[in-house]
Design a protein around this ligand. Structure first.
Ligand code: SUG
Length: 446
């Protein structure tokens, strides 16, 4: 079965801003209160999507969410018309209001965990939206994420959609950011590697002491069960608690895998040897490449600053494997020289392409955070909502849409402007037509 891996990037929403909401995420905290540029952010994201499509990759678009989330503010006791809810929430509980205004759904690596049909017992592609319980602003995402995924992958013959896991820290789940699929060919059964930060039901296991572990093993195991994965090809590995305390809040900040390559930092995992043995046990004899980056070449601090592991490892149509990296990797001497050498060494990676996604990077979201990977057979591709593919036509339409609706400057104080909610709803309503999504937002159902 010929399969390719598609990337579905999150479109940056109209309220993109820097609110310092993510403890444990260095960039988010250090850019708190900075002025953002939602228009530039969305255009940077679209440019990356279009470049990948131009490279011959299957590239999709996932719609952003409605913010501020008036419904959750009403649940918290703010009343009156929408403008009053915003005004009162901003006045009485500014932190809650800012959290309700985040455009964080752009980081679709956290939208869901996806298992391709080659790995699942019923041969369907399985999706479980991430509950993102660890951060309040992100915990507002899963219901709408589920609606959007169902509107994009809307063919029951091929796609199975699960509800997100119970909304509790015991089942904290951050989706594909902590999940990597390794295989020789996308259409063959692969190994699904789940990386977790802590055991929720066993206090005697190691865990970080300074920053939260967002993903539990219990959540990863539940997703593996829901997706009907084969035990012999499912690996659970613990992230090194020390690196979480150093700012590695998701595994995709310290490791990335694609097909027969796992590219990771020496300090990424608690037990690297065991992980390697378990991965190899699930694959056949063909060569597999563990590319371990020594701390002497790239420190964990440089990895966190440059996001060298929050890169996309992709196979181009000619089968060359290349890295899609943020510009920040070019600007960091240790990282840049490591990457230069890597493409000369004896491994499948031949080239690095650098992209400007700075608006997202300043909130701790690199190229890999912005995309959800979905390996699809030709038949399954036919079941995907056609309007959601990136091509010349959709690119032109989406660029025009951003230019028409987005602001080029947002500071925290601007978020309480009722006009911003009206602008955002108008924009999203039009977007659902461009992407042929139907009514995925609550304001459209009212
Ligand atoms: O969850 N930042 C996101 C970044 C997510 C990155 N995703 C992956 N690594 N896959 C987060 O911490 C910051 C929002 C703010 O501070 O305004 C934020 O939510």
């Amino acid at each position: 079965m010929k399969c390719v891996e598609a990337n579905f990037d999150g479109l940056v929403g109209p309220t993109h801003n820097y609110a310092g909401l993510s403890v444990g995420n260095v960039a988010s905290k250090s850019n708190a209160n900075a002025v953002s540029n939602p228009k530039q952010a969305a255009l940077q994201g679209l440019a990356k999507m279009k470049s990948l499509a131009d490279m011959g990759m299957l590239q999709g678009v996932l719609a952003p969410q409605e913010r501020p989330d008036i419904y959750s503010l009403r649940r918290l006791g703010f009343t009156g018309d929408d403008a009053n809810v915003m005004r009162e929430a901003y006045k009485q509980a500014p932190h809650i209001f800012l959290a309700s205004s985040s455009a964080s759904s752009m980081w679709t690596a956290n939208a869901a965990t996806v298992s391709p049909s080659a790995d699942t017992a019923d041969n369907k592609v399985h999706f479980t939206p991430a509950n993102l319980t660890n951060k309040y602003h992100r915990s507002l995402e899963p219901v709408t994420t589920g609606n959007i995924l169902k509107a994009v992958f809307n063919d029951e013959r091929h796609f199975a959609h699960h509800m997100h896991l119970p909304d509790n820290d015991h089942f904290g789940d951050e989706g594909a950011a902590n999940h990597t699929r390794l295989c020789h060919e996308y259409g063959e059964p692969g190994v699904e590697l789940f990386v977790y930060g802590k055991h929720a039901f066993d206090d005697n296991q190691p865990k970080p002491s300074k920053f939260p572990a967002r993903q539990t093993i219990e959540a990863s195991q539940a997703v593996a069960r829901l997706h009907q994965l084969n035990n012999t090809r499912t690996v659970f590995a613990q992230q090194n608690p020390q690196v979480i305390d150093d700012g590695v809040f998701h595994n995709d900040v310290i490791a990335v895998g694609n097909r027969n390559v796992l590219f990771y930092h020496q300090d990424a995992f608690l037990d690297t040897e065991r992980l390697k043995t378990d991965v190899l046990a699930g694959l056949d004899e063909r060569p597999f490449h563990f590319i371990e980056v020594p701390r002497d070449s790239v420190s964990v601090q440089d990895a966190v600053k440059s996001y060298v592991f929050n890169t996309q490892l992709i196979n181009l149509p000619n089968d060359e494997m290349v890295i899609i990296a943020p510009m920040e990797c070019q600007q960091n001497p240790a990282v840049y020289s490591y990457l230069q050498q890597l493409t000369q060494d004896n491994n499948p990676i031949t080239n690095v392409h650098y992209f400007d996604v700075k608006q997202s990077m300043q909130n701790g979201g690199g190229p890999a955070c912005l995309r959800l990977r979905v390996a699809l057979s030709e038949q399954e591709q036919g079941g995907v909502n056609k309007a959601c593919w990136m091509n010349e036509r959709s690119y032109t339409a989406l660029q025009a849409w951003v230019n028409k609706h987005y602001r080029d400057r947002i500071h925290a104080d601007d978020l309480a402007d009722p006009q911003l909610l009206i602008e955002s709803r108008n924009a999203l309503d039009e977007l659902t037509q461009i992407l042929n999504l139907g009514s995925v937002y609550r304001f459209q159902k009212a």
